[in-house]
Ligand binder design. Sequence first.
Ligand SMILES: [Zn+2]
Length: 232
Amino acid sequence: MQIKQQIIPKSRKTQRPGIAMIPQFITIHSTGNPSSTAQNEADYVCKNSVRQASFHFVCDEKQVIQVIPTNEIAWHAGDGGSGTGNRKSIAIEICESGNRKAAVDNAVQLTKQLMDECKIQPGNVFQHHHWSGKNCPRILRDNKYIKDRIDWKYFTAKIREEEEEMTQEQFNKMMENYLASRAQKAPHDWSEEDRKWAEKNGIIQGDPDGEKRYQSFITREEAAAMLHRTIK
Ligand SMILES: [Zn+2]
């Protein structure tokens, strides 16, 4: 997925402390602001905020913006300067504005990508609430803010989903290609006399249906019989 980079300048130490991190967890937040977009949130931490608070990524219905590299900490978990949430987790903020499903689905996509890149299991993806007891992400955990039944259960089920399942049609096509790649398209001319002889003597079976090309393979049983009869 496309991730816009708008990294906070190193000089803004309060928002980007620059402390190294090896991420082991992902923490999900929602902004607590029903009208701000991802761009608003990114601009705020990059330029105006004086609060000791930030995040790594912010998603809305349209895009994902990264503001801190994933090998540095952000202050977001509310569990203190040496807390595991702050020191070992990547923070994703979900905007509360716009199309809820689109925003949450962008966060799902991003979470799956980070799980993959950083080798993080779905069981290590937590709500902000897990670290500090705060009612966050309220849009996924608080009935007052949940819309269209898109809640924490929806989110966690989605991040565990495998990539799209193969349709029956795709499966058939794949099998057909596989068999065709293994099968001889047609018997070679040079073997015609041998084949006729072998068929007549019951060593190989003819292929009754030219369409089923893979059936023209000689079996190990047939090969053994042919060799045996040749050398005996
Ligand atoms: Zn939060």
